[in-house]
Design a protein around this ligand. Structure first.
Ligand code: FAD
Length: 500
């Protein structure tokens, strides 16, 4: 059995939680392997609203620990990956039929002061009759509040955590399912089935970060009797043609007590979401329903002067929140905090099951998991991820435009829009894709929009992309821009290509 067939820690699940845990653990000196049964981030971690946020709404549910931890993470994560994470300003229009202004103001004051804000601008009050953010709204919205949170490219956040883990020595298996996990001699014997055929791997400790499948891993893969820890809560988004020109987002309160966001998306679009309803189907089959579409259209149309219609929808996506089942009656009231459960010990074979969590708190969740791991395997390194960089993020958070200008000077023959997109997605690693290209003809085959072979090759070799869907909907969002024929050519190209 080779060294990679026997590791300290084996992680099931290549979402944000699994990859963050793998990264933290390998950086502390543990040997680590991770298996993802489909593509990285193909589960819940590419279906989020994509906010690094405290979660204003969670204050109402008294989730102060979560909100405080999440708020503090905004600037930590922005500094870690300033290409894929950046600040956003949110406009909360006030309406007297909804939450009273003093409640909103005090919530926002808490938001401002709880969370270690250094670079993010504070909350302010807006006169929507005068301010540009009032223009797209119905005239009855006269006053609003503006506050800060951050945006994250969720699928890329996962891939960068996996890449960094691999750079530090972790083994990442994609398209590889863990079909069985059994205890033996105080550790684990795992059966994998995937890209490299069937394999047996031994591990001292198992992490179950299977997101919506966490109970399936407990009952199916590990063969334990009935597990009912996770509450699956579906959330859907619609992407419509851009609804307004400015760069702010909106947070709209609805008459049912819920909130939805409208966020500028991929230059030409507006993202609207999300819904919140219990889900009992297979997480892989999750899709928006007509009821959800109508809910989002009508909730947005309560605020925008021009009603938002189904004809404007360019794309939709849905995901399932794997929340810890705390017995809350309504889906939107179930805790958004994470829960970690230790199963077994050093003598019997230990596993940690991960429930819930958010993109925002994934780094902190990994630190908490490492504390549990160290109870079993002993302490190795120290906590190190705060202040670290993800691949491509090796510049100061406020220097994105300066980095982009430098890229533009070095690649003056390439289109500005393409350079901006590459800088946003790959940061300083955009240069690894472009090499010494003077113009697009040096980048190989063209697959539509501004996608060329050099980028696809990078995604295959460095980022584990295998299919057109991986390239067009997770490593990028160019699926919004390419035609059917382009997709076909990309599929043909990927079909012949073997990862380097
Ligand atoms: P997943 O991403 O689902 O990863 C689990 C992985 O395990 C899957 O990829 C699956 O294929 C794999 N797997 C399962 N079984 C096996 C097996 N046997 N072998 C190998 N692999 C296996 N959070 C925020 O911070 N901000 C937001 O704005 C936000 N918005 C959200 C909006 C919606 C609608 C939803 C649904 C969630 C949102 N979240 C948000 C929460 C966040 O997206 C999730 O908490 C997070 O993505 C969960 O990650 P995970 O790694 O636990 O699960």
């Amino acid at each position: 059995m080779s060294q990679s067939d026997s590791v300290d820690i084996f992680v099931i699940g290549g979402g944000i939680n699994g990859t963050s845990i793998a990264r933290d653990a390998v950086g502390r000196g543990f040997t680590v392997a991770l298996a993802e049964m489909k593509d990285l981030a193909s589960g819940t971690s590419s279906a989020a609203t994509k906010l690094v946020h405290g979660g204003l709404r969670y204050l109402e549910h008294y989730e102060f620990r979560l909100v405080q931890e999440a708020l503090a993470e905004r600037e930590v994560l922005w500094a870690e990956a300033p290409h894929i994470i950046w600040p956003l300003r949110f406009v909360l229009p006030h309406h007297k039929g909804l939450r009273p202004a003093f409640i909103l103001r005090s919530g926002l004051a808490m938001y401002d002061y709880m969370g270690g804000r250094r670079l993010l601008p504070p909350t302010k009050t807006l006169d929507l009759k005068q301010h540009e953010t009032g223009k797209p709204l119905k005239p009855e919205f006269k006053r609003g509040f503006e506050y800060s949170d951050c945006w994250v490219d969720d699928a890329r956040f996962v891939v960068l955590n996996a890449r960094d883990a691999a750079n530090r020595g972790a083994t990442i298996h994609v398209r590889t399912k863990v079909t069985s996990a059994r205890r033996e001699n105080g550790g684990w014997v795992l059966e994998l089935d995937g890209e490299d055929g069937r394999q047996t791997v031994r591990a001292k400790l198992l992490i179950n970060a299977a997101g919506p499948w966490v109970d399936d891993v407990i009952t199916g893969t590990m063969g334990k009797n009935g597990a009912h820890n996770v509450r699956l809560v579906k959330g859907s988004h619609i992407v419509v043609r851009r609804l307004y020109e400015h760069d702010r987002c909106y947070i709209f309160q609805n008459a049912d007590g819920r909130i939805i966001f409208a966020i500028p998306y991929e230059q030409d679009y507006t993202l609207i979401g999300t819904t919140d309803e219990d889900y009992h189907g297979d997480p892989r089959d999750v899709a928006i329903s007509d009821k959800e579409t109508n809910y989002l259209l009508s909730a947005a149309s309560e605020y925008f002067a021009k009603p938002v219609t189904s004809e404007e929808i360019a794309w939709t996506y849905s995901g399932v929140r794997p929340l810890f089942d705390d017995g809350a009656s309504a889906a939107q009231e179930a805790t958004r905090d994470y829960v970690l459960k230790m199963d077994g010990d050093k003598a019997t074979g230990a596993a940690v099951h991960v429930f819930g969590g958010k993109l925002t708190t994934s780094r902190r969740l990994a630190e908490s998991v490492l504390e549990k791991i160290e109870e079993v395997l002993g302490k190795k390194g120290i906590a190190w991820t705060k202040g670290s960089k993800l691949p491509g993020g090796e510049f100061e958070p406020l220097n994105f435009e300066a980095e982009l200008r430098r890229l533009g000077m070095d690649y003056s023959g390439l289109p500005n829009g393409m350079l901006r997109r590459l800088m946003r997605q790959y940061g300083t690693k955009a240069r690894s894709i472009l090499g010494d290209a003077k113009d697009v003809s040096a980048l190989g085959q063209h697959f539509g929009a501004d996608l060329y072979q050099a980028e696809v090759d990078y995604q295959v070799n460095i980022e584990w992309a295998r299919t057109a869907e991986d390239v067009l909907w997770r490593r990028t969002k160019l699926g919004l821009r390419v035609g059917k024929e382009d997709v076909g050519r990309l599929e043909d190209y990927l079909g012949q290509r073997v990862p380097a």
